[in-house]
Design a protein. Sequence first.
Length: 90
Amino acid sequence: MFIERVAKKGKMSRAEAKRAVELVFGEVEAGLKASKKTGKYTIGTFGTFAVTKRKARKGRNPRTGEPIKIKASKSLRFRPSAQLKTAAGC
């Protein structure tokens, strides 16, 4: 659905729209990989993608109540810009 809307608004074929969208998302991915120090990638009036780290911790198995170890992991977060929030009515 997203590809079709881009194709219609951009007056291009579906294949061209798909390539354009994949190019944009590929650039976001490359930007996140390149920004190892900050872990952030900002797209102007759209928002900021950030890689956050979660420490290892203890948890519980909800079925048995048995304690378990949860490994450290990374998570991708998105913070929308003020303009995007306004456009969405937030």
